[in-house]
Design a protein around this ligand. Sequence first.
Ligand SMILES: [Zn+2]
Length: 176
Amino acid sequence: MKTSNFPQIFRNIDGEAFRNCQICEIDLFEPRQMYVIERAIKNYLDIGGNQVLFEHAVCLSCAQNEQENLSEESRESLRLYFQAMRPKEDEFSGDFNQCLITQKSLENIEEYQVFGMGFGSEMLEMNGFPFALSGEIMEEIAEQLSKETRDYLDGYMTDKFGVPPEFESPLRPVLL
Ligand SMILES: [Zn+2]
């Protein structure tokens, strides 16, 4: 298992590493917890600059609990989607500055999401993490989800991040 420090893109909007689980608020560093990080970012390609649409770290036990709220059907179609789309291990560049699937550079993409896994203060490089997905791929992923799962995740966005339900973006937490 290789570890490294968190690159900027996996730090929070203040440039700091995530310290607490978004759901149970447990300290992720002391004692060390395994957790997932998701950040969704909108680039303003025409005027420059970007905006964080949402970001969080969730400990693995909360992530597993939340998974149970996704319908079985959604989980299965996500699994099949990734199985089909994911580059083979030897073709995967490990570069999270580009979309895992389209391989477009993140700086030229209007909306994207990054996914990381941490253990305490260290970023883990394992099981294909870290990686990034562009908005167009997130759109395809949304199509794999049942309506009830999409509604559930949109409700989560509203509760945790104050994102209104009419928020028109394919970006939503999927690793929960
Ligand atoms: Zn938690």
